[in-house]
Design a protein around this ligand. Structure first.
Ligand code: SF4
Length: 200
């Protein structure tokens, strides 16, 4: 029988991606944490205990299907992991970076509560989505059927873009208006561009 790839929290400690030194960080606007290497992401995802009642998911405002995409990552099925993670979240690469995970999914992770150290959910989410961008897996939305109804959205910030994402999935014709020349709102105009791997 094949070995269960999960439940490795007993033997594998929590490990975050490498944190860049403050003396180096003050010279640029790049991210504080480096990216997981492939094997490290897999290893950290495999710490998940696949809870029957996943408190990570119930405490996620988007109810992201975290246990499933952790398992798919641990199995090396990254494209499927990305597909599951983007199903409930228009911006997994952004939430993986800036969500207050310590108060949401990671803070309520069952193995965190039992003293083993949370599964590093945010870092794995970021890793999955960055991998998806690098491999061209992120594609424009193609709804099952187009509808004739149209909606205008005022504001191309995260709220407007997330609404557009949901409406397009439902086949609605969407036009987004914004006073600035680039979409993204705070994501574009409040964060230094060099801290992102891509621009919106
Ligand atoms: S609460 Fe933690 S251990 Fe349980 S399913 Fe979620 S990430 Fe895995």
């Amino acid at each position: 029988m094949a070995e269960n790839p999960m439940l490795k929290f007993v033997s594998t400690p929590r490990d975050m991606p490498e944190k860049r030194e403050a003396t180096i960080r003050r010279e640029d606007f790049h991210e504080i944490y480096a990216e997981y290497a492939d094997q490290k992401a897999k290893e950290q995802a495999s710490r998940c205990s696949q809870c029957g009642v996943p408190y990570c998911q119930t405490h996620c405002p988007l109810h992201n299907n975290i246990p499933d995409w952790l398992k798919l990552t641990a199995e090396g099925r990254l494209k499927e992991a990305y597909e599951v993670s983007q199903e409930t979240n228009a911006f997994p690469e952004i939430c993986g970076r800036i969500c207050p995970q310590d108060r949401l999914c990671e803070g309520n992770c069952v193995i965190e509560q039992s003293g083993h150290g949370t599964v590093t959910i945010g870092s794995v989410e970021k890793y999955i989505t960055d991998t998806a961008w690098e491999n061209g897996w992120v594609q424009p939305i193609v709804p099952h059927a187009e509808r004739t109804e149209s909606v205008g959205i005022i504001g191309a910030g995260p709220g407007g873009l997330a609404a557009a994402d949901r409406l397009r999935r439902a086949g609605v014709q969407v036009t987004i208006y914004d006073r600035y020349d680039r979409a993204g709102g705070l994501l574009t105009y409040a964060f230094p561009a060099s801290s992102w791997k891509r621009t919106l």
